[in-house]
Ligand binder design. Structure first.
Ligand code: DGT
Ligand code: CA
Ligand code: CA
Ligand code: ZN
Length: 575
Protein backbone atom coordinates (compact mmCIF):
# COMPACT_ATOMS: atom_id res chain seq x y z
CA UNK A 1 0.00 0.00 0.00
CA UNK A 2 1.22 3.47 -0.69
CA UNK A 3 1.42 6.17 1.95
CA UNK A 4 -1.79 7.79 0.87
CA UNK A 5 -3.76 4.57 1.25
CA UNK A 6 -2.24 3.90 4.66
CA UNK A 7 -3.08 7.44 5.72
CA UNK A 8 -6.65 6.94 4.60
CA UNK A 9 -7.08 3.85 6.77
CA UNK A 10 -5.65 5.66 9.78
CA UNK A 11 -7.80 8.73 9.27
CA UNK A 12 -10.91 6.65 8.73
CA UNK A 13 -10.24 4.81 11.97
CA UNK A 14 -9.86 8.13 13.77
CA UNK A 15 -13.22 9.20 12.36
CA UNK A 16 -14.88 6.00 13.56
CA UNK A 17 -13.28 6.40 16.99
CA UNK A 18 -14.62 9.89 17.14
CA UNK A 19 -18.09 8.68 16.25
CA UNK A 20 -17.73 6.13 19.03
CA UNK A 21 -16.89 8.98 21.43
CA UNK A 22 -13.46 7.69 22.31
CA UNK A 23 -10.68 9.49 24.12
CA UNK A 24 -9.64 12.62 22.22
CA UNK A 25 -5.95 12.03 22.77
CA UNK A 26 -5.96 8.67 20.98
CA UNK A 27 -8.07 10.02 18.13
CA UNK A 28 -5.62 12.88 17.65
CA UNK A 29 -2.69 10.50 17.57
CA UNK A 30 -4.27 8.61 14.65
CA UNK A 31 -5.14 11.85 12.86
CA UNK A 32 -1.66 13.26 13.29
CA UNK A 33 -0.12 10.02 12.14
CA UNK A 34 -2.38 10.05 9.09
CA UNK A 35 -1.19 13.48 8.07
CA UNK A 36 2.45 12.59 8.74
CA UNK A 37 2.16 9.42 6.68
CA UNK A 38 0.36 11.18 3.84
CA UNK A 39 3.10 13.77 3.52
CA UNK A 40 6.09 11.50 4.15
CA UNK A 41 8.51 11.50 1.19
CA UNK A 42 9.59 7.86 1.46
CA UNK A 43 7.19 4.92 1.05
CA UNK A 44 6.54 3.48 4.50
CA UNK A 45 6.19 0.02 3.00
CA UNK A 46 9.90 0.19 2.14
CA UNK A 47 10.75 1.09 5.74
CA UNK A 48 8.67 -1.84 7.01
CA UNK A 49 10.57 -4.23 4.75
CA UNK A 50 14.00 -2.81 5.55
CA UNK A 51 15.46 -4.43 8.69
CA UNK A 52 17.88 -1.50 8.97
CA UNK A 53 15.08 1.05 9.51
CA UNK A 54 12.40 1.55 12.12
CA UNK A 55 8.97 3.11 11.63
CA UNK A 56 9.25 4.67 15.07
CA UNK A 57 12.12 6.79 13.80
CA UNK A 58 9.63 8.64 11.62
CA UNK A 59 8.63 11.77 13.55
CA UNK A 60 5.02 11.57 14.73
CA UNK A 61 4.85 7.76 14.66
CA UNK A 62 4.83 6.00 18.01
CA UNK A 63 4.85 2.34 18.84
CA UNK A 64 1.10 1.81 18.52
CA UNK A 65 0.82 3.44 15.11
CA UNK A 66 3.95 1.65 13.92
CA UNK A 67 2.47 -1.73 14.66
CA UNK A 68 -0.79 -0.68 12.99
CA UNK A 69 1.14 0.23 9.85
CA UNK A 70 2.97 -3.10 9.93
CA UNK A 71 -0.35 -4.89 10.17
CA UNK A 72 -1.71 -2.84 7.27
CA UNK A 73 1.28 -3.87 5.19
CA UNK A 74 0.62 -7.50 6.03
CA UNK A 75 -3.11 -7.78 5.58
CA UNK A 76 -4.60 -4.49 4.47
CA UNK A 77 -6.18 -3.58 7.78
CA UNK A 78 -5.41 -3.50 11.49
CA UNK A 79 -7.08 -4.67 14.62
CA UNK A 80 -8.28 -1.32 15.90
CA UNK A 81 -9.89 -0.56 12.57
CA UNK A 82 -11.57 -3.96 12.44
CA UNK A 83 -12.96 -3.42 15.92
CA UNK A 84 -14.37 -0.05 14.93
CA UNK A 85 -15.92 -1.50 11.80
CA UNK A 86 -17.66 -4.08 13.94
CA UNK A 87 -19.21 -1.27 15.98
CA UNK A 88 -20.04 1.06 13.12
CA UNK A 89 -20.40 -0.01 9.52
CA UNK A 90 -18.26 1.91 7.01
CA UNK A 91 -21.41 3.62 5.76
CA UNK A 92 -21.36 5.63 8.99
CA UNK A 93 -18.25 7.37 7.68
CA UNK A 94 -20.22 8.57 4.74
CA UNK A 95 -22.47 10.50 7.08
CA UNK A 96 -19.52 12.74 7.87
CA UNK A 97 -19.95 14.10 4.36
CA UNK A 98 -23.34 15.50 5.27
CA UNK A 99 -23.12 19.09 6.36
CA UNK A 100 -24.60 19.86 9.72
CA UNK A 101 -23.71 16.49 11.22
CA UNK A 102 -20.63 15.94 13.33
CA UNK A 103 -19.35 12.73 14.89
CA UNK A 104 -21.36 13.29 18.06
CA UNK A 105 -24.59 13.57 16.12
CA UNK A 106 -23.74 10.49 14.11
CA UNK A 107 -23.18 8.51 17.28
CA UNK A 108 -26.45 9.79 18.67
CA UNK A 109 -28.23 8.77 15.47
CA UNK A 110 -26.78 5.32 15.66
CA UNK A 111 -27.44 4.83 19.36
CA UNK A 112 -30.99 6.12 19.21
CA UNK A 113 -32.23 4.98 15.82
CA UNK A 114 -29.49 2.57 14.64
CA UNK A 115 -29.18 4.71 11.57
CA UNK A 116 -25.81 4.55 9.86
CA UNK A 117 -26.62 5.22 6.21
CA UNK A 118 -27.51 8.25 4.18
CA UNK A 119 -30.80 6.64 3.16
CA UNK A 120 -31.65 5.97 6.79
CA UNK A 121 -30.81 9.53 7.74
CA UNK A 122 -32.94 10.87 4.94
CA UNK A 123 -35.89 8.85 6.15
CA UNK A 124 -35.43 10.13 9.70
CA UNK A 125 -35.55 13.70 8.43
CA UNK A 126 -38.59 13.03 6.27
CA UNK A 127 -40.36 11.42 9.21
CA UNK A 128 -39.35 14.44 11.32
CA UNK A 129 -37.57 12.30 13.84
CA UNK A 130 -34.19 13.99 13.76
CA UNK A 131 -35.71 16.97 15.56
CA UNK A 132 -36.60 14.76 18.49
CA UNK A 133 -32.93 14.44 19.39
CA UNK A 134 -31.32 16.93 21.78
CA UNK A 135 -30.05 20.14 20.16
CA UNK A 136 -31.48 19.24 16.76
CA UNK A 137 -34.45 20.93 15.17
CA UNK A 138 -36.62 21.34 12.11
CA UNK A 139 -34.07 23.73 10.58
CA UNK A 140 -31.35 21.13 10.85
CA UNK A 141 -33.59 18.54 9.21
CA UNK A 142 -33.99 20.81 6.21
CA UNK A 143 -30.31 21.50 6.03
CA UNK A 144 -29.46 17.81 6.23
CA UNK A 145 -31.96 16.93 3.48
CA UNK A 146 -30.44 19.56 1.19
CA UNK A 147 -26.98 18.33 1.95
CA UNK A 148 -27.98 14.72 1.28
CA UNK A 149 -29.38 15.71 -2.10
CA UNK A 150 -26.16 17.48 -3.01
CA UNK A 151 -24.09 14.57 -1.84
CA UNK A 152 -26.06 12.15 -3.98
CA UNK A 153 -25.57 14.23 -7.07
CA UNK A 154 -21.95 13.28 -6.88
CA UNK A 155 -22.68 9.61 -7.55
CA UNK A 156 -23.59 8.98 -11.14
CA UNK A 157 -25.82 5.92 -10.90
CA UNK A 158 -29.13 5.39 -9.15
CA UNK A 159 -30.85 2.42 -7.57
CA UNK A 160 -33.43 0.67 -9.70
CA UNK A 161 -36.03 1.22 -6.97
CA UNK A 162 -35.45 4.96 -7.04
CA UNK A 163 -35.58 5.18 -10.84
CA UNK A 164 -38.74 3.11 -10.84
CA UNK A 165 -40.37 5.56 -8.45
CA UNK A 166 -39.47 8.46 -10.74
CA UNK A 167 -40.68 6.53 -13.79
CA UNK A 168 -43.99 5.85 -12.13
CA UNK A 169 -44.46 9.45 -11.01
CA UNK A 170 -43.68 10.77 -14.49
CA UNK A 171 -45.80 8.15 -16.22
CA UNK A 172 -48.85 9.15 -14.20
CA UNK A 173 -48.12 12.82 -14.81
CA UNK A 174 -47.73 12.38 -18.56
CA UNK A 175 -50.63 9.98 -19.00
CA UNK A 176 -52.85 12.80 -17.74
CA UNK A 177 -52.01 14.81 -20.85
CA UNK A 178 -54.80 14.60 -23.36
CA UNK A 179 -54.09 12.34 -26.31
CA UNK A 180 -51.23 10.45 -24.66
CA UNK A 181 -51.90 6.76 -25.14
CA UNK A 182 -48.89 5.12 -23.59
CA UNK A 183 -45.82 6.04 -21.58
CA UNK A 184 -43.19 3.35 -21.12
CA UNK A 185 -39.76 3.15 -19.56
CA UNK A 186 -37.08 1.67 -21.82
CA UNK A 187 -33.30 1.41 -21.29
CA UNK A 188 -31.65 -0.30 -18.36
CA UNK A 189 -34.69 0.20 -16.14
CA UNK A 190 -36.84 -1.91 -18.45
CA UNK A 191 -34.12 -4.53 -18.52
CA UNK A 192 -34.25 -4.59 -14.72
CA UNK A 193 -30.67 -3.57 -14.05
CA UNK A 194 -29.96 -3.00 -10.38
CA UNK A 195 -28.71 0.52 -11.02
CA UNK A 196 -29.43 2.90 -13.87
CA UNK A 197 -27.46 5.75 -15.37
CA UNK A 198 -30.40 7.64 -16.76
CA UNK A 199 -34.08 7.03 -17.34
CA UNK A 200 -35.37 6.59 -20.90
CA UNK A 201 -39.09 7.23 -21.31
CA UNK A 202 -41.13 6.83 -24.49
CA UNK A 203 -44.54 8.38 -25.07
CA UNK A 204 -46.94 7.80 -27.90
CA UNK A 205 -50.34 8.96 -29.12
CA UNK A 206 -51.57 12.20 -30.70
CA UNK A 207 -50.78 14.05 -27.46
CA UNK A 208 -47.14 12.96 -27.32
CA UNK A 209 -45.78 16.34 -28.46
CA UNK A 210 -47.88 18.08 -25.81
CA UNK A 211 -46.43 15.65 -23.28
CA UNK A 212 -42.94 16.96 -24.03
CA UNK A 213 -44.11 20.50 -23.23
CA UNK A 214 -45.64 19.37 -19.97
CA UNK A 215 -42.60 17.23 -19.11
CA UNK A 216 -40.12 20.13 -19.07
CA UNK A 217 -42.50 22.08 -16.83
CA UNK A 218 -42.79 19.40 -14.16
CA UNK A 219 -42.27 21.10 -10.77
CA UNK A 220 -39.42 18.75 -9.93
CA UNK A 221 -37.51 19.47 -13.11
CA UNK A 222 -34.60 21.67 -12.07
CA UNK A 223 -32.72 21.83 -15.30
CA UNK A 224 -33.73 21.32 -18.92
CA UNK A 225 -30.76 19.81 -20.72
CA UNK A 226 -32.36 19.79 -24.14
CA UNK A 227 -35.76 20.28 -25.69
CA UNK A 228 -36.41 19.45 -29.35
CA UNK A 229 -39.39 18.47 -31.41
CA UNK A 230 -39.33 14.77 -30.52
CA UNK A 231 -37.17 14.62 -27.45
CA UNK A 232 -36.48 16.41 -24.19
CA UNK A 233 -33.88 15.74 -21.51
CA UNK A 234 -34.03 17.03 -17.97
CA UNK A 235 -32.53 16.64 -14.54
CA UNK A 236 -35.24 15.47 -12.22
CA UNK A 237 -35.52 16.06 -8.50
CA UNK A 238 -32.84 17.12 -6.07
CA UNK A 239 -31.01 13.90 -6.80
CA UNK A 240 -30.54 15.03 -10.38
CA UNK A 241 -31.50 11.83 -12.22
CA UNK A 242 -31.36 12.51 -15.94
CA UNK A 243 -34.60 11.65 -17.73
CA UNK A 244 -34.94 11.50 -21.51
CA UNK A 245 -38.45 11.56 -22.94
CA UNK A 246 -39.11 10.72 -26.58
CA UNK A 247 -42.39 11.39 -28.34
CA UNK A 248 -43.17 8.80 -30.99
CA UNK A 249 -45.94 8.00 -33.44
CA UNK A 250 -47.76 4.77 -32.78
CA UNK A 251 -46.70 3.32 -36.14
CA UNK A 252 -43.12 2.76 -35.09
CA UNK A 253 -43.45 2.61 -31.35
CA UNK A 254 -42.33 -1.04 -31.28
CA UNK A 255 -39.13 -0.32 -33.19
CA UNK A 256 -38.29 2.57 -30.88
CA UNK A 257 -39.09 0.54 -27.77
CA UNK A 258 -36.86 -2.25 -29.03
CA UNK A 259 -34.04 0.14 -29.89
CA UNK A 260 -34.11 2.19 -26.69
CA UNK A 261 -34.49 -0.82 -24.44
CA UNK A 262 -31.10 -2.08 -25.50
CA UNK A 263 -28.80 -3.33 -24.36
CA UNK A 264 -26.44 -1.93 -26.88
CA UNK A 265 -24.78 -5.37 -27.17
CA UNK A 266 -28.11 -7.09 -27.73
CA UNK A 267 -29.02 -4.54 -30.40
CA UNK A 268 -25.73 -4.92 -32.21
CA UNK A 269 -26.19 -8.67 -32.37
CA UNK A 270 -29.78 -8.26 -33.53
CA UNK A 271 -28.84 -5.78 -36.26
CA UNK A 272 -26.16 -8.13 -37.55
CA UNK A 273 -28.73 -10.89 -37.74
CA UNK A 274 -31.16 -8.57 -39.54
CA UNK A 275 -28.55 -7.65 -42.13
CA UNK A 276 -27.81 -11.32 -42.84
CA UNK A 277 -31.51 -11.75 -43.49
CA UNK A 278 -31.64 -8.73 -45.84
CA UNK A 279 -33.12 -6.24 -43.37
CA UNK A 280 -31.97 -3.11 -41.63
CA UNK A 281 -33.08 -2.56 -38.05
CA UNK A 282 -33.33 0.97 -36.72
CA UNK A 283 -35.25 2.92 -34.12
CA UNK A 284 -37.89 3.50 -36.85
CA UNK A 285 -38.45 0.05 -38.28
CA UNK A 286 -37.26 -3.25 -39.53
CA UNK A 287 -37.03 -2.66 -43.29
CA UNK A 288 -35.84 -4.45 -46.40
CA UNK A 289 -32.33 -3.37 -47.32
CA UNK A 290 -33.05 -2.93 -51.02
CA UNK A 291 -36.54 -1.51 -51.24
CA UNK A 292 -36.33 0.23 -47.79
CA UNK A 293 -39.88 -1.01 -47.34
CA UNK A 294 -40.70 -1.48 -43.63
CA UNK A 295 -41.79 -4.98 -42.68
CA UNK A 296 -42.34 -4.42 -38.94
CA UNK A 297 -42.40 -1.34 -36.70
CA UNK A 298 -45.48 -1.10 -34.51
CA UNK A 299 -44.70 -3.82 -31.97
CA UNK A 300 -41.60 -5.56 -30.66
CA UNK A 301 -43.24 -8.93 -31.15
CA UNK A 302 -43.52 -8.55 -34.90
CA UNK A 303 -39.94 -7.36 -35.18
CA UNK A 304 -38.58 -10.39 -33.34
CA UNK A 305 -40.94 -12.64 -35.27
CA UNK A 306 -39.77 -11.34 -38.66
CA UNK A 307 -36.23 -12.04 -37.50
CA UNK A 308 -37.20 -15.65 -36.80
CA UNK A 309 -37.12 -15.18 -33.05
CA UNK A 310 -39.48 -15.57 -30.14
CA UNK A 311 -40.08 -12.28 -28.31
CA UNK A 312 -37.27 -11.86 -25.79
CA UNK A 313 -38.10 -10.59 -22.30
CA UNK A 314 -36.18 -7.31 -21.69
CA UNK A 315 -34.37 -8.76 -18.64
CA UNK A 316 -32.56 -11.19 -20.94
CA UNK A 317 -31.42 -8.65 -23.52
CA UNK A 318 -27.76 -8.56 -22.56
CA UNK A 319 -26.34 -10.62 -25.43
CA UNK A 320 -25.73 -13.58 -23.17
CA UNK A 321 -27.13 -16.27 -25.43
CA UNK A 322 -30.73 -15.05 -25.51
CA UNK A 323 -30.83 -14.54 -29.28
CA UNK A 324 -29.63 -18.11 -29.90
CA UNK A 325 -32.19 -19.41 -27.39
CA UNK A 326 -34.99 -17.37 -28.99
CA UNK A 327 -34.06 -18.88 -32.35
CA UNK A 328 -34.13 -22.43 -31.03
CA UNK A 329 -37.25 -21.86 -28.94
CA UNK A 330 -35.38 -22.62 -25.73
CA UNK A 331 -35.86 -19.36 -23.84
CA UNK A 332 -36.53 -20.04 -20.16
CA UNK A 333 -40.06 -19.81 -18.78
CA UNK A 334 -39.06 -17.00 -16.48
CA UNK A 335 -40.19 -16.68 -12.91
CA UNK A 336 -42.89 -14.08 -12.22
CA UNK A 337 -43.86 -12.35 -9.00
CA UNK A 338 -47.08 -14.35 -8.96
CA UNK A 339 -45.08 -17.58 -8.62
CA UNK A 340 -43.75 -16.53 -5.21
CA UNK A 341 -45.69 -18.07 -2.33
CA UNK A 342 -43.67 -17.10 0.71
CA UNK A 343 -40.95 -14.80 2.02
CA UNK A 344 -38.20 -16.44 4.04
CA UNK A 345 -36.01 -13.66 5.42
CA UNK A 346 -37.41 -10.90 7.63
CA UNK A 347 -36.83 -9.20 10.95
CA UNK A 348 -39.13 -8.13 13.75
CA UNK A 349 -38.95 -6.23 17.01
CA UNK A 350 -37.36 -9.41 18.45
CA UNK A 351 -34.14 -8.02 16.93
CA UNK A 352 -33.84 -4.90 14.76
CA UNK A 353 -37.13 -4.93 12.84
CA UNK A 354 -39.86 -2.36 13.28
CA UNK A 355 -42.95 -4.57 13.53
CA UNK A 356 -44.00 -7.51 15.70
CA UNK A 357 -44.12 -11.15 14.63
CA UNK A 358 -47.87 -10.98 14.14
CA UNK A 359 -47.76 -7.69 12.23
CA UNK A 360 -45.25 -9.14 9.80
CA UNK A 361 -47.30 -12.32 9.38
CA UNK A 362 -50.46 -10.35 8.65
CA UNK A 363 -48.67 -8.04 6.23
CA UNK A 364 -47.33 -11.08 4.36
CA UNK A 365 -50.77 -12.64 4.31
CA UNK A 366 -52.16 -9.42 2.82
CA UNK A 367 -49.69 -9.88 -0.04
CA UNK A 368 -51.25 -13.27 -0.70
CA UNK A 369 -48.41 -15.41 0.66
CA UNK A 370 -49.05 -18.88 2.05
CA UNK A 371 -46.11 -18.87 4.44
CA UNK A 372 -43.19 -16.92 5.82
CA UNK A 373 -40.13 -17.56 7.91
CA UNK A 374 -39.26 -14.99 10.53
CA UNK A 375 -35.50 -14.79 10.76
CA UNK A 376 -34.27 -12.38 13.40
CA UNK A 377 -30.58 -11.75 13.99
CA UNK A 378 -28.26 -13.77 16.21
CA UNK A 379 -26.26 -12.45 19.14
CA UNK A 380 -23.08 -11.44 17.28
CA UNK A 381 -25.07 -8.50 15.98
CA UNK A 382 -25.35 -6.98 19.42
CA UNK A 383 -26.25 -3.63 17.86
CA UNK A 384 -29.29 -5.29 16.35
CA UNK A 385 -30.24 -6.91 19.67
CA UNK A 386 -29.50 -10.34 18.19
CA UNK A 387 -30.77 -13.50 19.87
CA UNK A 388 -28.56 -15.74 22.00
CA UNK A 389 -29.27 -19.48 22.37
CA UNK A 390 -31.78 -19.07 25.16
CA UNK A 391 -33.72 -16.34 23.38
CA UNK A 392 -33.59 -18.28 20.10
CA UNK A 393 -35.26 -21.29 21.69
CA UNK A 394 -37.91 -19.08 23.28
CA UNK A 395 -38.34 -17.33 19.94
CA UNK A 396 -38.99 -20.66 18.18
CA UNK A 397 -41.69 -21.41 20.75
CA UNK A 398 -43.22 -17.97 20.28
CA UNK A 399 -43.37 -18.44 16.52
CA UNK A 400 -44.95 -21.89 16.95
CA UNK A 401 -47.59 -20.30 19.13
CA UNK A 402 -48.25 -17.66 16.51
CA UNK A 403 -48.47 -20.33 13.81
CA UNK A 404 -51.04 -22.19 15.88
CA UNK A 405 -53.24 -19.11 16.00
CA UNK A 406 -54.06 -20.04 12.40
CA UNK A 407 -53.90 -16.50 11.01
CA UNK A 408 -54.38 -17.84 7.52
CA UNK A 409 -50.67 -17.96 6.82
CA UNK A 410 -48.11 -20.51 7.97
CA UNK A 411 -45.30 -19.04 10.02
CA UNK A 412 -41.98 -20.83 10.28
CA UNK A 413 -39.36 -19.91 12.83
CA UNK A 414 -35.96 -18.98 11.52
CA UNK A 415 -32.82 -17.14 12.30
CA UNK A 416 -30.33 -15.08 10.38
CA UNK A 417 -27.35 -16.55 12.14
CA UNK A 418 -24.02 -14.78 11.84
CA UNK A 419 -21.26 -16.77 10.23
CA UNK A 420 -18.35 -15.91 12.46
CA UNK A 421 -14.86 -14.99 11.36
CA UNK A 422 -13.73 -18.63 11.33
CA UNK A 423 -16.85 -20.00 9.65
CA UNK A 424 -18.46 -21.32 12.80
CA UNK A 425 -22.06 -20.42 13.50
CA UNK A 426 -22.87 -17.76 16.06
CA UNK A 427 -25.27 -20.07 17.91
CA UNK A 428 -24.80 -23.63 19.15
CA UNK A 429 -26.27 -26.53 17.18
CA UNK A 430 -28.91 -27.50 19.72
CA UNK A 431 -30.42 -24.02 19.52
CA UNK A 432 -30.27 -24.01 15.71
CA UNK A 433 -32.03 -27.40 15.70
CA UNK A 434 -35.11 -25.75 17.22
CA UNK A 435 -35.54 -23.43 14.25
CA UNK A 436 -37.21 -24.30 10.96
CA UNK A 437 -35.19 -22.16 8.57
CA UNK A 438 -31.66 -21.10 9.47
CA UNK A 439 -29.96 -18.60 7.19
CA UNK A 440 -26.23 -18.04 7.60
CA UNK A 441 -24.96 -14.54 6.81
CA UNK A 442 -21.65 -12.73 6.93
CA UNK A 443 -21.94 -9.36 8.68
CA UNK A 444 -18.41 -8.87 10.00
CA UNK A 445 -14.77 -9.23 8.90
CA UNK A 446 -15.81 -8.64 5.33
CA UNK A 447 -12.30 -7.58 4.41
CA UNK A 448 -10.85 -11.09 4.69
CA UNK A 449 -8.69 -12.39 1.88
CA UNK A 450 -10.50 -14.40 -0.75
CA UNK A 451 -9.03 -17.73 0.42
CA UNK A 452 -9.95 -17.02 4.02
CA UNK A 453 -13.50 -15.99 3.11
CA UNK A 454 -13.88 -19.10 0.94
CA UNK A 455 -12.80 -21.35 3.82
CA UNK A 456 -15.11 -19.49 6.13
CA UNK A 457 -18.13 -20.06 3.87
CA UNK A 458 -17.15 -23.68 3.18
CA UNK A 459 -17.03 -24.33 6.88
CA UNK A 460 -20.42 -22.70 7.37
CA UNK A 461 -21.83 -24.97 4.65
CA UNK A 462 -20.79 -27.96 6.78
CA UNK A 463 -23.35 -27.03 9.42
CA UNK A 464 -26.24 -29.45 9.08
CA UNK A 465 -28.82 -26.92 10.29
CA UNK A 466 -27.99 -24.36 7.63
CA UNK A 467 -30.71 -23.97 4.98
CA UNK A 468 -29.53 -20.91 3.08
CA UNK A 469 -26.72 -18.41 2.75
CA UNK A 470 -28.06 -14.86 3.08
CA UNK A 471 -26.91 -12.03 0.78
CA UNK A 472 -23.96 -14.20 -0.28
CA UNK A 473 -21.53 -11.54 -1.58
CA UNK A 474 -22.20 -8.81 0.99
CA UNK A 475 -22.43 -6.04 -1.57
CA UNK A 476 -24.35 -2.86 -0.89
CA UNK A 477 -25.10 -1.09 -4.14
CA UNK A 478 -23.26 2.21 -4.63
CA UNK A 479 -21.64 1.72 -1.20
CA UNK A 480 -19.82 -1.55 -0.72
CA UNK A 481 -18.29 -3.94 -3.23
CA UNK A 482 -18.89 -7.68 -2.95
CA UNK A 483 -16.27 -9.38 -0.82
CA UNK A 484 -13.98 -11.67 -2.77
CA UNK A 485 -14.26 -15.46 -2.52
CA UNK A 486 -14.17 -18.52 -4.77
CA UNK A 487 -17.76 -18.40 -5.90
CA UNK A 488 -17.65 -21.60 -7.93
CA UNK A 489 -16.41 -23.56 -4.94
CA UNK A 490 -19.17 -22.18 -2.75
CA UNK A 491 -21.86 -22.75 -5.37
CA UNK A 492 -20.78 -26.35 -6.00
CA UNK A 493 -20.65 -27.12 -2.32
CA UNK A 494 -24.01 -25.44 -1.68
CA UNK A 495 -25.53 -27.55 -4.46
CA UNK A 496 -24.07 -30.75 -3.02
CA UNK A 497 -25.13 -29.92 0.54
CA UNK A 498 -28.55 -28.75 -0.67
CA UNK A 499 -28.05 -25.36 0.92
CA UNK A 500 -29.98 -22.63 -0.86
CA UNK A 501 -28.35 -19.44 -2.03
CA UNK A 502 -30.40 -16.33 -1.35
CA UNK A 503 -31.29 -13.68 -3.84
CA UNK A 504 -31.75 -10.84 -1.40
CA UNK A 505 -34.49 -8.62 -2.82
CA UNK A 506 -33.63 -5.52 -0.84
CA UNK A 507 -33.04 -2.88 -3.55
CA UNK A 508 -29.78 -1.82 -1.89
CA UNK A 509 -28.40 -5.36 -2.04
CA UNK A 510 -29.84 -7.44 -4.88
CA UNK A 511 -27.37 -10.11 -3.92
CA UNK A 512 -26.73 -12.61 -5.61
CA UNK A 513 -26.19 -10.71 -8.81
CA UNK A 514 -27.82 -12.06 -11.96
CA UNK A 515 -24.53 -13.29 -13.39
CA UNK A 516 -23.60 -15.20 -10.23
CA UNK A 517 -27.07 -16.69 -9.85
CA UNK A 518 -26.96 -17.93 -13.42
CA UNK A 519 -23.51 -19.43 -12.85
CA UNK A 520 -24.76 -21.04 -9.66
CA UNK A 521 -27.73 -22.59 -11.42
CA UNK A 522 -25.32 -24.18 -13.88
CA UNK A 523 -23.72 -25.85 -10.85
CA UNK A 524 -27.03 -27.20 -9.61
CA UNK A 525 -27.84 -24.59 -6.96
CA UNK A 526 -31.41 -23.92 -5.84
CA UNK A 527 -32.39 -20.47 -4.63
CA UNK A 528 -34.59 -18.62 -2.22
CA UNK A 529 -35.71 -15.05 -2.97
CA UNK A 530 -36.43 -13.06 0.17
CA UNK A 531 -36.83 -9.43 1.10
CA UNK A 532 -34.86 -9.18 4.37
CA UNK A 533 -37.72 -6.90 5.43
CA UNK A 534 -37.22 -4.84 8.58
CA UNK A 535 -40.64 -3.26 8.18
CA UNK A 536 -43.94 -4.60 6.75
CA UNK A 537 -43.68 -2.31 3.75
CA UNK A 538 -40.32 -3.83 2.76
CA UNK A 539 -42.14 -7.07 1.97
CA UNK A 540 -43.17 -5.44 -1.31
CA UNK A 541 -39.51 -5.41 -2.39
CA UNK A 542 -39.94 -9.01 -3.53
CA UNK A 543 -40.46 -7.79 -7.07
CA UNK A 544 -36.87 -6.53 -7.28
CA UNK A 545 -35.60 -9.96 -6.31
CA UNK A 546 -37.83 -11.55 -8.93
CA UNK A 547 -36.39 -9.15 -11.51
CA UNK A 548 -32.87 -10.28 -10.58
CA UNK A 549 -33.91 -13.91 -10.86
CA UNK A 550 -35.33 -13.22 -14.31
CA UNK A 551 -32.08 -11.57 -15.34
CA UNK A 552 -30.42 -14.79 -14.16
CA UNK A 553 -32.69 -16.85 -16.47
CA UNK A 554 -34.29 -18.58 -13.48
CA UNK A 555 -37.55 -20.49 -13.68
CA UNK A 556 -40.06 -21.22 -10.91
CA UNK A 557 -38.55 -24.67 -10.31
CA UNK A 558 -35.21 -23.06 -9.39
CA UNK A 559 -36.77 -21.18 -6.49
CA UNK A 560 -37.77 -22.94 -3.27
CA UNK A 561 -40.32 -20.32 -2.26
CA UNK A 562 -42.47 -21.05 -5.28
CA UNK A 563 -43.47 -24.28 -3.54
CA UNK A 564 -46.83 -24.49 -1.81
CA UNK A 565 -46.75 -24.42 1.99
CA UNK A 566 -47.02 -28.19 2.42
CA UNK A 567 -44.31 -28.93 -0.14
CA UNK A 568 -42.08 -26.27 1.34
CA UNK A 569 -42.52 -27.74 4.83
CA UNK A 570 -41.58 -31.15 3.45
CA UNK A 571 -38.58 -29.68 1.65
CA UNK A 572 -37.17 -28.37 4.92
CA UNK A 573 -38.10 -31.50 6.85
CA UNK A 574 -40.81 -29.79 8.90
CA UNK A 575 -43.95 -31.31 7.45
P1 DGT B 1 -27.78 3.23 -18.37
O1 DGT B 1 -28.63 4.41 -18.69
O2 DGT B 1 -26.35 3.53 -18.30
O3 DGT B 1 -28.24 2.53 -17.14
O4 DGT B 1 -27.93 2.13 -19.56
P2 DGT B 1 -28.95 2.10 -20.78
O5 DGT B 1 -28.86 0.73 -21.33
O6 DGT B 1 -30.27 2.61 -20.39
O7 DGT B 1 -28.23 3.03 -21.84
P3 DGT B 1 -28.64 4.43 -22.49
O8 DGT B 1 -29.55 5.23 -21.63
O9 DGT B 1 -27.37 5.08 -22.91
O10 DGT B 1 -29.39 4.01 -23.82
C1 DGT B 1 -30.62 3.35 -23.78
C2 DGT B 1 -30.67 2.32 -24.86
O11 DGT B 1 -30.68 2.96 -26.14
C3 DGT B 1 -29.46 1.41 -24.91
O12 DGT B 1 -29.60 0.32 -24.03
C4 DGT B 1 -29.44 1.01 -26.35
C5 DGT B 1 -29.94 2.22 -27.08
N1 DGT B 1 -28.83 3.03 -27.57
C6 DGT B 1 -28.55 4.28 -27.20
N2 DGT B 1 -27.49 4.74 -27.87
C7 DGT B 1 -27.08 3.76 -28.65
C8 DGT B 1 -26.01 3.60 -29.59
O13 DGT B 1 -25.21 4.51 -29.82
N3 DGT B 1 -25.91 2.42 -30.21
C9 DGT B 1 -26.78 1.41 -29.97
N4 DGT B 1 -26.63 0.26 -30.60
N5 DGT B 1 -27.76 1.51 -29.10
C10 DGT B 1 -27.92 2.67 -28.47
CA1 CA C 1 -30.68 4.73 -19.59
CA1 CA D 1 -30.50 7.57 -22.09
ZN1 ZN E 1 -31.46 -9.91 7.44
Amino acid sequence: MDNHEIAKLLAETADLMEIAGEDGFRIRSYRNAASVVDGYPEPLSAIVKDPGQKLTDVPGIGKGIASAIEEIEQRGSFERRDQMLELYPPTALELLNIQGLGPKSIKLLFDTYRVSTIDGLEKLCQEQKLRELPRMGAKLEEKVLRSIAQYRQRSDRFLMSFAQGVAQELTEYLMAVEGVEQVTAAGSLRRGKETVGDLDLLATGPGAAAALEKFVKHPKVHEVLGHGENKASVRFGLEGLQVDLRALPREHFGAALQYFTGSKEHNIHLRTRALKMGYTLSEYSLARVESKEPVAAATEEEIYEKLGLAWIPPELRENQGEIEAAEKGTLPKLLTLGDIRGDLHMHTTESDGRATLEEMALAAKALGYEYIAITDHSKALAMANGLDEKRAVAFAALVRELDQKALGIRVFSGLECDIKKDGSMDLADDALAELDFVIGSVHSYMNQESAEMTDRLLRALENKHLRAIGHPTGRVLLHRDPFPFDFDAIASTAARKKVLLEINASPERLDLTAALARAAKARGVKFVISTDAHHPKHLANMRYGVTMARRAWLEPSDIVNTLGAADFARAIGRA
